[in-house]
Ligand binder design. Structure first.
Ligand code: GAL
Length: 414
């Protein structure tokens, strides 16, 4: 055989043996647009590019993701789903039931996810025995953040009971400082509410109310006490809180305009992105009471056509649960890794506290899904609760009326 013919034949043979791989593509819908969030999502974007992927960004601003979920619905209804979507909790299973989620079990099995993820987290990522989402982190929701100098200057320690919190807040108010930095958006009201509820109802009561939707607990005197404390919280917020984004509330704590914020540890991502140090510039403590409210961010892949997009979904899924990504992303995001085998040496004291409390809570049954961040309930139920929480916070509704409305709203949502 002449040399050139030989070369041509072997080139054909090679191209049969090694099919040209599609170049990974992904259009990624997410709501990570604040300073800390954007820095975090860039870690994934960069890893994807380094591995040959082309990322089309689809950010939908709005903390908590309500606007992103509205955008998602519109895209899916028009038959043009994004390749990958920030999606979490029971919403994953709700979308699966619509028949629009891709099965990522092949990647999950090849990468041994079942061996490196806690069962409680893996459970959220499964749909009828298949893997349908990839977890990036564990955020804790029940945190109080504080400006260290403001507390010191006013002789205030981090509160360990709600009475201490109220006393500290009264002191700050008397000193002309906004006690509680807050943004009047429904999901932020719900975030404060569930932190107060955990501290007031206890872990068992929280589970009965917001996981089991137990009517007796929803209508109990303790729930009246939760709304009483929410009324106090309303008094600790400044006049301009309506519609304020959560990261602007965090900035108020950073610059000393406010003393405290009750928010998940994505707030720590903001402090860190602004160069602030935990223990020096800002303080973190879990809200009064036992328990741990978790909020696991994850991505689901939607059914799309095209080998390049499918390759993008496989690559993204693999990177998301990868050890390096889980470390670097979470150092920026304020959360802790979802994987159990990532060393926490480079993480700060708030992250260590989170990891310790998470494992203790898991052992004693007080590790609980966040209702406010869509981990505990389906949309209809969590939405019904949040509507009442927000209506109460933004009016002079009595606690007793709020409890009655809460019970009715939950009953009607089922
Ligand atoms: C949460 C989400 C966090 C954080 C926050 C504010 O629902 O899980 O990752 O981004 O919203 O946008």
């Amino acid at each position: 055989m002449k040399k050139s013919v030989y070369a041509a034949v072997s080139a054909v043979a090679m191209s049969c043996a090694l099919p040209v791989m599609a170049e990974p593509q992904a259009e990624v819908l997410h709501w990570w647009t604040s300073g800390g969030e954007a820095k975090s999502v860039a870690v994934l974007q960069n890893e994807f590019a380094e591995n040959g992927g082309t990322w089309t960004d689809m950010p939908v601003a709005g903390g908590g993701g309500d606007a992103a979920m509205t955008a998602l619905r519109a895209r899916v209804l028009s038959g043009n789903a994004p390749t990958a979507v920030q999606l979490k909790g029971p919403a994953i299973q709700e979308w699966y039931e619509e028949g629009v989620l891709a099965d990522i079990s092949a990647v999950a099995e090849a990468e041994g996810w079942a061996d490196v993820l806690p069962a409680s987290i893996a459970g959220h990522m499964m749909c009828e025995g298949t893997w349908c989402a990839a977890p990036v982190n564990v955020h804790r929701v029940d945190w109080i953040w504080a400006n260290a100098d403001v507390l010191k200057a006013n002789g205030i320690e981090m509160p360990t009971t709600w009475d201490e919190f109220n006393a500290a807040a009264d002191k700050l108010a008397a000193a002309g400082i906004t006690p509680l930095a807050h943004g009047g958006q429904a999901w932020q009201d719900a975030t404060v509410f569930e932190a107060v509820a955990l501290g007031t109802l206890g872990a068992d009561g929280f589970k009965k109310a917001f996981v089991d939707l137990d009517m007796d607990t929803l209508k109990s005197d303790k729930m009246v006490a939760v709304f009483d404390q929410m009324r106090k919280m309303r008094g600790y917020v400044d006049d301009n809180f309506s519609g304020r984004d959560w990261n602007l509330a965090t900035a108020m704590v950073m610059n000393g305009e406010a003393g405290f914020q009750i928010m998940g540890d994505w707030a720590k991502g903001e402090f860190l992105a602004a160069g602030k140090a935990p223990g020096e510039d800002f303080l973190c403590a879990s809200v009064p009471g036992d328990g741990f409210l978790y909020n696991v961010d994850s991505f689901a892949m939607f059914n799309v056509d095209g080998d390049d997009k499918k390759a993008g979904q496989d690559l993204l899924s693999k990177l998301i649960v990868g050890q390096n990504f889980q470390k670097v992303f979470n150092l920026n995001k304020g959360s802790i890794p979802a994987r159990v085998d990532v060393a926490l040496d480079e993480f700060d004291s708030c992250a260590h506290l989170s990891a310790k409390d998470m494992s203790e809570s898991s052992d004693n049954g007080s590790l609980l899904p966040s209702y406010a961040h869509g981990m505990a309930l389906r949309g209809a139920q969590s939405g019904a609760i949040t509507d009442v929480v927000t209506a109460h916070f933004n009016s002079d509704m009595s606690s007793a009326d709020a409890v009655n409305q809460l019970a009715d709203a939950v009953a009607n949502s089922m």
